[in-house]
Structures are given as structure tokens and as C-alpha cells.
Design a protein around this ligand. Structure first.
Ligand SMILES: Nc1ncnc2c1ncn2[C@@H]1O[C@H](COP(=O)(O)OP(=O)(O)O)[C@@H](O)[C@H]1O
Ligand SMILES: [Mg+2]
Length: 392
């Protein structure tokens, strides 16, 4: 029963959060059928459980009643006729019998509770037993970083030998912007995951301010790096809380001035309640661009030394694009930034551009230089975009 209800909860949770996808693909009927099947399993498990209850308890009761009957029959004859035992013993005995059977009945009940607990514990333990991949080894915890990033012969695979990055080398000076371009699956996001030490590399070094990132405390390192993802996560709460992430040290003035700087203040002020506007269902009532702007304000408030935008601007509607473009410029000004982007318009202003292909750096340099490479990959990408724009 417990296993079945866990299955049902998992199913419901996924389908409810992904309701839009289900509706878009017109899959309501199939999903409902799947739900019915799971529900039927659950009902069956429930009925089974009830059946066992219905057998077990009456059997225990019948045995209890029968033993009482036997005892009275045998004991009464013994006490009254033969005088072997006293009346007191005869009276005491049924109470003893009750005392014997109550624990047995309770045992069954406790066993049921125990089973529920075991099923739940199994899931907890399977999580606890996951070995932490990243070992906290470093001690350095600088309050501020200069923001120099270097990848030095980095070799990395998520699963052994299946290399996703092969011998990646590059360097970003403090305050510079690096743009990474490359086809889907070439390893762009992986570079970000490594810089944050979500995974450890197999060979080579990743240096921040000239120090291997394994020498830093994880917390300290990640606190100085901010990532803005394409899929912005907003939780239920006010816009203000979504920006400060409930850090009480951040004042409303700070939030407002950051929002003004990014160019997000206008739209936030126009929401009913302004900064107290309640975000619902992960921000479903806000547009993609608006959610993006909120996440930009969030990043600006935390004033990171290294900023990462992972395809943050790739799904914005054309109207918001100029606002986002402006916000991006504000955000990356005077701090080390890594921008992963589909749009070459966001890329061309970067100090250097890194072109990644199947985990290898194939081109590296500023926009103008890369355009000069005959039959270069970047040049290809660039021309392709221009053609598209001309045609569109
Ligand atoms: N957590 C992971 N575990 C195993 N393989 C992964 C994981 N994340 C990404 N990959 C693989 O690594 C490669 C690069 O992925 P990614 O860095 O996300 O590409 P990009 O961001 O350039 O589209 C892909 O082949 C992908 O399948
Ligand atoms: Mg990616």
C-alpha cells in the first residue's frame, strides 16, 4: 500500500507541475489512463491490506474467546467440583488471558506502523547513502575574488572515460567577458558546472585567482559566483523575497536601486502591489522576460565576482530583448563574466569568444579575429545568423 501510494504521489507531482506540457501535447487522455492504472493498483493493495486485517484480527479474537471458554469450562469444574484451585484464581485468569492477547494484537498493529516506516526509511536511506562526489578539501575563504579564471588542460567525464571536455585551456582576466558558443551538447554548460565545482575534474587544473578551486571552501567559492540560467526558478512569495532570497540584510532601497539600474523597476512598479506582488506557481503569471529580469536583479544584489549567464537570453521575446540586452550590459560591467549564448548579437561584444566543439576548444579570440579565420566555425555561425536575419 505504501509503495503504491508513493508511486501515485510521484506521478501526480510530475503531472501537475508539468500540466502545461500534458495539455500542449494533448495527452490528457493517456495520462488519465496511466493515473487510473496506478490508482487501481493502489485500490488493490488497499483491498489486500483490508483482507489481511479481516482475517488476522477475527482469528486472534476467536482464539482468545475459545481459550477463555476452555478456561472457564475447565477451571469452573476444577474449582467448584474438585476444589483444586480457588475461586480467586479462576477470576484472575481471564484477566491474564487478556493481558496475553492484547500485546499480540498490538504487535500486529505495530508491525503495520513499522512497515510504513520501513518503506519511508528506505527512500530516506537511499538518499543518505548517495556518496558525496565533491569532497570539501579546501580552506581558503576569501571575502572577495579578483575574478581571474583559468582552465589548464582540463579533462573531464561525467561517467568514466566518456570524455565531455578534452584538454580545455583558456583564461579570463579580471573584469573581462568571455562568450562561449558551440552546438548543443558540446560541453558549454559543463564548463560552468566545473567552475562551480558541482563535479571534480579528472585531470588538469581550474584556477580562480591563480589558485586551484579545490583549495577553496565550497561555500566560499560558490558565494562569489552567480549563475543566471535560462529557466529562471521563482518560488511562491513576493517579488521582493524572490530577489533577496529572504536575506534580511538586504533592504528595500538596495533592491529598488538595483532594479532601476537593470531597468526592471518600471515593470515591477506596474505589477499590482509592486515589489509585494505575489509570485504564483513558479512565476507562471509573469512573462519569460520579466522572470529573467527578476533573476538579473537577484544576481546584481548579490554582487558576485564572477557572473555566469547560461543561455539566459535565448528565449526572450523581441520586445524584451533590448531591455535584457541593456540589463546584461549593466550586469557584466566591471566583473568577470562568462556568457553562453545562441544569439551572436550578445556575443560579439565579449572580450574573447571561445568556440567549443565536442568538448574541444577549436577557436578562441575576439570577434574580429575569429571572423578573419577562413572557413572558421565562428564565421560560419555568424554568417548563418546574418542570413537568417536577412531572410526573416
Ligand atoms: N549530469 C550529466 N551526466 C552525464 N552526462 C552529462 C551530464 N550533463 C551533461 N552531460 C553530457 O555532456 C555533454 C555536454 O553537455 P552540456 O555541457 O550540457 O552541453 P551544452 O551546454 O553545450 O549544450 C552532453 O553530451 C551531455 O549529454
Ligand atoms: Mg547548456
Amino acid at each position: 500500500m505504501r509503495t503504491q501510494i508513493a508511486k501515485m504521489n510521484a506521478f501526480l507531482q510530475e503531472r501537475i507541475t508539468g500540466m502545461r506540457i500534458v495539455q500542449i501535447f494533448n495527452a490528457e487522455k493517456q495520462e488519465l489512463d496511466k493515473f487510473r492504472a496506478i490508482n487501481r493498483e493502489y485500490t488493490k493493495a488497499n483491498l489486500d491490506a483490508i483482507l489481511y486485517y479481516a482475517i488476522f484480527f477475527p482469528v486472534v479474537d476467536i482464539i482468545a474467546a475459545a481459550s477463555l471458554g476452555l478456561m472457564v469450562w475447565w477451571g469452573a469444574r476444577n474449582a467448584l467440583v474438585e476444589g483444586g484451585i480457588t475461586l480467586g484464581v479462576l477470576v484472575a485468569f481471564p484477566i491474564y488471558i487478556n493481558m496475553l492477547f492484547r500485546p499480540i494484537r498490538m504487535l500486529a498493529d505495530k508491525f503495520n506502523t513499522l512497515q510504513m516506516g520501513l518503506v519511508a526509511a528506505e527512500r530516506v536511506f537511499s538518499l543518505l547513502e548517495k556518496t558525496e562526489k565533491i569532497e570539501e578539501s579546501g580552506h581558503l575563504a576569501p571575502a572577495k575574488l579578483r575574478g581571474e579564471v583559468a582552465f589548464d588542460h582540463v579533462l573531464f567525464a561525467y561517467n568514466d572515460k566518456d570524455y565531455v571536455l578534452r584538454d580545455v585551456n583558456f583564461r579570463i582576466n579580471p573584469g573581462e567577458t568571455l562568450a562561449i558558443v558551440g552546438s548543443t551538447g558540446s560541453g558549454k554548460s559543463t564548463i560552468i558546472n566545473l567552475l562551480n565545482r558541482f563535479y571534480d575534474i579528472q585531470e588538469g587544473h581550474i584556477l580562480v585567482d591563480g589558485v586551484d578551486i579545490r583549495e577553496y571552501q565550497l561555500q566560499a567559492l560558490r558565494r562569489r559566483i552567480a549563475i543566471v540560467l535560462q529557466d529562471v526558478f521563482l518560488f511562491s512569495g513576493s517579488v521582493f523575497e524572490n530577489i533577496t532570497l529572504r536575506d534580511p540584510a538586504i533592504t528595500r532601497e538596495q533592491v529598488e536601486s538595483a532594479a532601476r539600474m537593470i531597468g526592471a523597476h518600471e515593470f515591477i512598479a506596474r505589477l499590482p502591489g509592486g515589489y509585494d506582488y505575489q509570485v504564483m506557481e513558479r512565476g507562471a503569471t509573469l512573462s519569460m522576460g520579466q522572470r529573467q529580469l527578476i533573476s538579473f536583479v537577484r544576481a546584481l544584489i548579490f554582487d558576485p565576482d564572477i557572473l555566469i549567464l547560461d543561455e539566459a537570453t535565448s528565449s526572450i521575446d523581441p520586445e524584451s530583448e533590448s531591455i535584457i540586452q541593456y540589463a546584461t550590459e549593466k550586469l557584466i560591467a566591471r566583473r568577470t563574466s562568462i556568457i553562453i549564448a545562441h544569439r551572436l548579437s550578445t556575443v560579439r561584444n565579449a572580450r574573447n569568444i571561445l568556440v567549443l566543439e565536442k568538448g574541444e576548444v577549436i577557436e578562441f579570440g575576439p570577434h574580429e579575429e575569429l571572423l578573419k579565420i577562413p572557413n572558421g566555425r565562428y564565421r560560419d555561425l555568424y554568417e548563418m545568423q546574418f542570413l537568417q536575419m536577412a531572410e526573416g
